[in-house]
Design a protein around this ligand. Structure first.
Ligand SMILES: C[S@@+](CC[C@H](N)C(=O)[O-])C[C@H]1O[C@@H](n2cnc3c(N)ncnc32)[C@H](O)[C@@H]1O
Length: 334
């Protein structure tokens, strides 16, 4: 835990400038606020603080007695979001530079009982826009893809050391890429000559595996491959499963009247960007409902309006689901 005035390890000085905030537009902002329904004095935990867009909106509604705890694996985004929350509210947030997979351990250590929890999954625009992060096939850069640039294995390591069979499996499972086998074979053949170290080099290889299909494909041919490698590099689905498991366990403790890091009546909102994420979230919420641990607040998944989709293309794939912990009366659906 860190108070936001303290420097966060590995993070450059945050430079939040409200006049020129360009890093990231929070998706489904209104829908998220309606689902969370923040009130004065509540405790808000943002598991994916990013550029602090959602956190700033929520913090403004909590008043001086509210509390904000921010998580992010990216130390620079964590520092930036903390500075942003402080700039727009009278709250000095606590920051946790850790994966949301460890939410239970971290909040229990801090003695926090959360009223509101948000996870806006995946990456922020400033991360994909930075060529040095290697997340975009449109920008020449090192094949890195780590959301925490200080930890773990890079995409280059994965691409150059994984067996052809395992690579194909990653592309098919995490990218739902029908040409996974062909692309994996291309990668393994190419790396016999020289390692694959750059984004555009990999994107060109994928395009060559697509052949004539590259011209008719609606998406850029490298879209699914990059998604799959990013998910594998950051172990995204394991982290999400661990976090959802912690939410269920905490809701079970509420149900049984035992101490929990989630308050009775806590609202948990999760925004996913692809079917693999949404499936896990949906299943968790359905299981909690069946076990009388929580009720869904949203009627299915909420998606962006036409105007938001036009203004922010990233919102087009966003799906918001929210649930309320506890077995009290069903709240009105959104
Ligand atoms: C979509 S952005 C969040 C944007 C934020 N809601 C806003 O409005 O600015 C996702 C953020 O989550 C972080 N992240 C991704 N996986 C994470 C994990 N397992 N634990 C903590 N943070 C994670 C990324 O580094 C990124 O900064």
């Amino acid at each position: 835990m860190n108070q936001s005035k303290q420097p966060i390890d590995g993070a450059p000085e945050p430079r939040f400038d409200s006049e020129n905030e360009v890093g990231h537009l929070p998706v489904l902002a209104e829908e998220t606020l309606s689902a969370l329904d923040p009130k004065l004095g509540q405790v808000y935990v943002d598991l994916t603080a990013g550029r602090g867009g959602h956190a700033a909106l929520v913090a403004q509604r909590l008043g001086a007695t509210g509390r904000v705890i921010l998580f992010d694996v990216d130390a620079a985004n964590l520092a930036y979001s903390a500075a942003r929350v402080e700039a727009v509210s009278s709250i000095r947030p606590d920051t946790v530079h850790a994966s949301f997979a460890s939410v239970a351990r971290e909040l229990e250590r801090m003695g926090v009982v959360a009223d509101l929890v948000l996870a806006d999954l995946g990456f922020a625009s400033n991360q994909v826009d930075d060529p040095a992060r290697g997340l975009s096939f449109m920008r020449e850069g090192p094949l890195d893809m780590r959301l925490d640039p200080a930890a773990g294995m890079t995409a280059a390591h994965l691409v150059n050391t994984t067996s052809e069979r395992d690579l194909a499996d990653i592309l098919q499972r995490y990218g739902e890429e029908p040409l996974g086998r062909k692309i994996a074979a291309k990668i393994v053949a190419a790396r016999r000559d020289a390692p694959i170290l750059h984004t555009v080099q990999l994107a060109d290889l994928v395009r060559s595996a697509y052949g004539a299909r590259a011209h008719t494909s609606r998406l850029h041919p490298a879209t699914k491959t990059f998604q799959a490698l990013r998910i594998a590099v950051n172990d995204e689905l394991s982290a999400l499963s661990a976090m959802l498991g912690s939410v269920s366990t905490a809701a079970r403790r509420v149900h049984d009247g035992r101490p929990s890091w989630l308050a009775c009546g806590a609202r948990v909102a999760i925004i996913g960007f692809h079917s693999l994420e949404d499936r896990l979230v949906k299943q968790c919420f359905v299981d909690m409902r069946k076990n009388d641990l929580a009720r869904e607040i949203t009627d299915g998944a909420l998606v962006s309006s036409d105007s938001e989709s036009a203004a922010n293309p990233r919102s087009r794939s966003a799906k918001l689901r929210a649930a309320m912990v506890g077995h009290s009366k069903m709240p009105e659906k959104l």
